[in-house]
Design a protein around this ligand. Sequence first.
Ligand code: HEM
Length: 226
Amino acid sequence: MSWFSNLWATTIGKKIVMAVTGLIVFGFVLGHMSGNLLIFAGPEVFNGYAHTLQTSGPLLWGTRITLLLAIPLHIVSAVQLTRLNMGARQQAYAKHEKKATTPMAMMMKYGGLLLMVFILLHLAHYTLHLTHPQFATYLTAEGHHDAYRMVIEGFSDPVYVGLYVLSMLALWGHLDHGAWSMFQTLGLSHPDYDDARRNFARVFAAIIVLGFSSVPIYVLITGGAA
Ligand code: HEM
């Protein structure tokens, strides 16, 4: 692991760790959002999909372990880079009494914190069933977990719908700016392609966030009639 320690010891190394772990989470959110849209196909399809994932052994655990490594590394690299950046700016601005931060940096920081709280709440809600222990007892006629009923009931509460949609707004800003700077860090930037890079980040973030938000909003409005 000495290659990783060497990489981690430098500012550019931390940026690369942040970009690569961000890319991993992008891949996950794209897959997760696409799967969630199956709710619109009705209970059989959605429960079939949830059952396939839950019984997919290596895919499920491979994804969980990758995320358990990627998300903390993403957060730690972000915190360390912010500190390094603040230190450098405070020195540069010492004589000017300017604020040592930008609105974008503030949005990434506080939006990122909100997303962290969201992920913990989300796991407690739908994966660990800590907020609603009854979700664990919902079964389909085949005796599999009734994930469809769980999601419909979970979003029958406007407070949860509000929390999810608000968190998706934080995800929007985070993905929009994150996708853009990730390309830069990974060296995929060229003045000729800057507009394309900017547009890709915008469209990607909008698709992910609108796709995710459509589920709680649809359930709240229709009660989940498929
Ligand atoms: C409106 C938005 C979202 C909805 C409706 C949603 C829905 C769900 C559901 C129903 C499950 C449980 C699946 C099951 O066990 O059957 C789940 C699990 C999970 N979700 Fe989400 N999700 C949303 C957004 C997100 C976001 C933005 C992230 C991360 C950035 C995320 C990360 C996860 C993770 C890590 C799991 C646990 C997977 C596992 O290991 O079992 N979700 N989600």
